[in-house]
Design a binder for this molecule. Sequence first.
Ligand SMILES: CC(C)(COP(=O)(O)OP(=O)(O)OC[C@H]1O[C@@H](n2cnc3c(N)ncnc32)[C@H](O)[C@@H]1OP(=O)(O)O)[C@@H](O)C(=O)NCCC(=O)NCCS
Length: 184
Amino acid sequence: MSKARQARAADAREIGRIEVDTWRETYAGMVPDRVLIGMSVNRQAALWTHELRRGAGDVRVIEDRRGNLVGFGQCGAQRNGSLPYHGEIYTLYVSPDAQGRGIGRQLLLSLFGRLIERGWTSALVWVVEANPSRFFYERMGGKLAARRTVPVGGQPVDTLGYAWEDLPAVIARLASRAGHKTPR
Ligand SMILES: CC(C)(COP(=O)(O)OP(=O)(O)OC[C@H]1O[C@@H](n2cnc3c(N)ncnc32)[C@H](O)[C@@H]1OP(=O)(O)O)[C@@H](O)C(=O)NCCC(=O)NCCS
């Protein structure tokens, strides 16, 4: 049974490893190869060490039954002032060998729970349009709400914004579908 919890400082390296592994697996052909080749676990671990010192409460991880990290995500305030959503899912990554076992759903619910703790009841996530993970967000009840093109490694990448307008209702619906209690 996997468990969601708040990240700790000691998780920074594993978070960096999962990030590099999932970027390389997911974004090949969607962002320039040199961006993926140039990624480094050491550098990402250092960035996450800094990030966790700033606010570990907004970073959630999933541990498998042996205590190994198999996914992580980060949330916070929604960053686009012209869109009417309170919270944002900044990152959501499940290790390639742990995908398809309900961990992404568990993680997303945990992040939604965190946004509600902060008093925010709606949320947005940006996903690369060519990334099939967009269908995961649709499965989780996200509604297509915005589009934008962003530069990644100097190349324009089309992205889609999926939104949830009533997080408590989403948590109740998804948690009952997964047979989970409301995650913390
Ligand atoms: C997207 C991601 C987080 C989903 O996590 P996961 O653990 O693989 O997904 P789950 O097993 O929790 O899936 C939950 C449901 O979504 C569905 N789903 C998951 N990925 C899907 C996909 N690519 N297409 C369609 N449905 C999908 C599952 O079938 C499942 O359906 P159910 O409700 O019938 O059980 C994970 O695959 C991942 O990290 N991908 C690579 C990185 C990435 O793209 N992250 C998002 C960046 S914005």
